[in-house]
Ligand binder design. Sequence first.
Ligand code: HEC
Length: 240
Amino acid sequence: MNQPQNFDNTDLDRLHAAVKRENPDVVAGREPTPLWVIVGMMIMTILGGGYAGAYVGGFDSEKSNPFIERPIDPRGAGIVTGPQLDAFQLAMKKGSTVFNNCQGCHQPTGLGQPGAIPPLAGSEWVLGGTERIARIAMHGLAGPVSVKGASYNNVMMPPVMSDDEIANVLTYVRNSWGNQAPMVTKQMVAKVRAEVKDHVGPWSPTDLEKYKEMNCPGEIPAGPGATAAPVAAPDPATKK
Ligand code: HEC
């Protein structure tokens, strides 16, 4: 063998072990990433994410948390925080107060008094044309009427109310005790007010016959979504 004298295998093993301990030679441009760069990038990722979360794009952990329950707003007007009434709920709330002026006669139950005061609950007058009930709320009604198949012949003198109060109380009576009918707005009432400004005293049922099914323009459906775009008013000419 071509081995130098006095060279044994133990020396060879030691020599190889020393060589194996060395890291491989570094190739220019492919040096391993230093630890401080990795740590630095981690810190920047954490701080940057925190900053973006707090200040960029309107992210809100309250809003974005799918596990927090919140009311669904049918109008899609954004997230409602705290109790907030839509136009319909507000009209109902105010209208229930104005109704204090009516309930002495029509009763809190809306059932009226047999033989003397007609009911508002289920009344075809209440649910019918808004042109007609707006006039009744403004000037009253006197003479023979039939409500839900029963006859009355009495006089109603309404309290003095603003357009807003009339709108709210009519919305209220049209949507209480099982009644369901579109809202009455103060714009609708104002339009009727302008037409009847010279009228004095209660209407006779025959005066109002032609308004039986006539609705003021600009009707808005009652219930959730009451603030949505107004529904086109039915053309009075097409009504019988
Ligand atoms: C003083 C008693 C009295 C008060 C107060 C009164 N009403 Fe009447 N209301 C009557 C009477 C009586 C009639 C029926 C008149 C007739 O016989 O011609 C009537 C009829 C009506 C009608 C048509 C018939 C029906 O039953 O649907 C409506 C609608 C109505 N009232 C709504 C109201 C509203 C709303 C108020 C409050 C803003 C009110 N009334 C306040 C006594 C009253």
